[in-house]
Ligand binder design. Structure first.
Ligand code: HEM
Length: 148
């Protein structure tokens, strides 16, 4: 009995949701928002959106306790380094989070339990903060900075 409880507690989120398919749906919703957002869309290569979806999906699968396919295909995540080419301001962070939070909210109650939902929202807020790499003031309000 105690063992069963323990096993349940240490079970990764990946196994409580619908595995890979859950993360594919989440990332699909996320990218619909991102590509309609002028602050973010300009960062992405429109020709390689399937690739971008694939990379984020595999990363999240791995992070939440699924297979390590991301590492096999891409190596160590080193996410801050991989984001260095993009000027990520607090505005870009906020816009990214708006779309990821909406994608999480888009999961039905039967797909994602309340505790797992909070854990994901908390993780994304923390991870997105960590990706900020530019203090550029967004004086135009659209994510671009004025020339210095
Ligand atoms: C804070 C704002 C963020 C912006 C503007 C941003 C933007 C981008 C862009 C433009 C790419 C390249 C897309 C591609 O793979 O072709 C990318 C890749 C990626 N991002 Fe973000 N990102 C942000 C935050 C995050 C966060 C919080 C995470 C993780 C929770 C994340 C995970 C990833 C992953 C896994 C990749 C693919 C890395 C690779 O294997 O090459 N990003 N991001």
């Amino acid at each position: 009995m105690a063992d069963e409880l323990l096993a349940e507690e240490s079970q990764p989120l990946y196994e409580r949701v619908d595995g890979l398919a859950f993360f594919e749906r989440l990332v699909d919703r996320f990218y619909v928002g991102v590509m309609a957002d002028p602050v973010l869309a300009r960062f992405y290569d429109a020709e390689d959106l399937d690739g971008a979806r694939h990379r984020l999906t595999l990363f999240l699968v791995q992070y939440w306790g699924g297979p390590d396919t991301y590492n096999e295909q891409r190596g160590h995540p080193r996410l801050r380094m991989r984001h260095a080419p993009y000027e990520i301001t607090t505005l870009a962070r906020d816009r990214w989070l708006v779309h990821m939070n909406a994608a999480v909210d888009g999961a039905g109650e039967d797909e994602l339990g309340a505790e797992d939902r909070s854990a994901m929202l908390e993780y994304f807020a923390m991870a997105a903060d960590h990706m900020i790499n530019s203090g550029g003031l967004s004086l135009r309000g659209d994510g671009t900075t004025l020339p210095s």
